[in-house]
Ligand binder design. Structure first.
Ligand SMILES: [Zn+2]
Length: 260
C-alpha cells in the first residue's frame, strides 16, 4: 500500500492511500469518527444558575465544546477509581460568574491547563444585572460512537478520480470546459487538460456536455482521505491513534483465530 500526504494545514490533513479497497478506506474513516477517544464535558454540577438558560441546555452546550486533549488520561472504564472522578481520568472545569455580561469558555478554570476549550471565546451564557452562574463541569475521555461530543474530527474519503479524454474527438473544447463546476478543465493548443485532478468530484457534468470525448470514473483502489480535527488534537495524532486501534483489533482477531 502506498500512502501520500497531500495537504496538511490548520487542523486538516489530506492523504491518499492506494492499492487498497473501499472497505479499508471506510474502516479508517469509521475508526476516526467513532473510536479515537477525546476529552469532552460529560457531567455538570450546577450550584447556581440565574441565567435564562435551563441547566440541561447549559450542560448540552458545554458538552459540545471541543476540549484540547493531551496524552496520558485514562478512560473512566479503565481507571482504578471506577467512578471517573479522579485526576487520572477526569478534569474539573469550574466557573463562578456574576452579571451583567457574557460568560465565555475562557472564564472556566481547568484543573489541568492542558485541557481547555479549543474556542476560548465561545459564549456560554449571558447574565443580567445581579444574576450569577456557578458550576463544576467534569470532562472525561469518551468515544464518538457513544456521543458526537466525543467525535475528534470530521473524516471523509473519496475515490481518486480518473478522467480519460479523447483528444482526437473534438477541435472545440469550450462546452466541456464550461460544464465543469470545479473549473478544473482547460483548453490549450487544441487539447483539453485537467488542471487539478483531485478537485474533481466525479459529478459527470463534463461527460454530459461532451459524451463523445470524456469519460470520468473513480479508481476503486485509490482513495483520498480528508480529516478535519475539532482542535482536540492534531489530525496527524487522530490518524495515528485510529491506525493503532485498527491494528490492535486485527492482532486480537488473529490471536483468537490461532486458538481455533
Ligand atoms: Zn479515575
Amino acid at each position: 500500500m502506498e500512502v501520500e500526504i497531500r495537504d496538511s494545514e490548520d487542523g486538516t490533513l489530506r492523504f491518499s492511500i492506494s492499492e487498497t479497497n473501499p472497505a479499508f478506506a471506510n474502516s479508517i474513516r469509521r475508526t476516526i469518527l467513532q473510536e479515537v477517544p477525546v476529552m469532552a464535558i460529560d457531567e455538570v454540577e450546577v450550584a447556581a444558575n440565574d441565567s435564562v438558560m435551563d441547566d440541561e441546555i447549559l450542560a448540552h452546550r458545554l458538552g459540545q465544546m471541543p476540549l484540547t486533549t493531551p496524552e496520558g488520561y485514562l478512560l473512566p472504564s479503565k481507571c482504578d477509581c471506577r467512578e471517573g472522578r479522579c485526576s487520572n481520568c477526569s478534569v474539573d472545569l469550574t466557573l463562578e460568574a456574576e452579571g451583567p455580561g457574557v460568560v465565555r469558555a475562557s472564564d472556566m478554570e481547568s484543573s489541568d491547563t492542558e485541557v481547555i476549550p479549543v474556542q476560548d471565546k465561545s459564549p456560554i451564557a449571558r447574565l443580567g444585572d445581579g444574576q450569577s452562574l456557578k458550576f463544576t463541569a467534569i470532562a472525561r475521555l469518551g468515544f464518538g460512537k457513544d456521543h458526537a461530543n466525543w467525535q475528534p474530527a470530521v473524516a471523509s474519503y473519496k475515490y481518486m478520480p480518473v478522467i480519460n479524454i479523447d483528444q482526437e474527438a473534438r477541435d472545440d473544447w469550450e462546452e466541456c470546459v464550461e460544464a465543469c463546476p470545479k473549473g478544473i478543465l482547460e483548453e490549450s493548443d487544441g487539447e483539453l487538460n485537467v488542471t487539478d485532478l483531485e478537485e474533481c468530484t466525479i459529478c459527470g457534468a463534463c461527460v454530459e456536455a461532451c459524451p463523445d470525448a470524456i469519460e470520468v470514473d473513480g479508481d476503486p483502489t485509490k482513495f483520498i482521505i480528508n480529516v478535519e480535527s475539532t482542535g482536540a488534537m492534531s489530525p496527524e495524532r487522530i490518524v495515528r491513534e485510529a491506525l493503532e486501534i485498527l491494528s490492535d483489533k486485527c492482532d486480537e482477531f488473529s490471536e483468537k483465530t490461532d486458538k481455533l
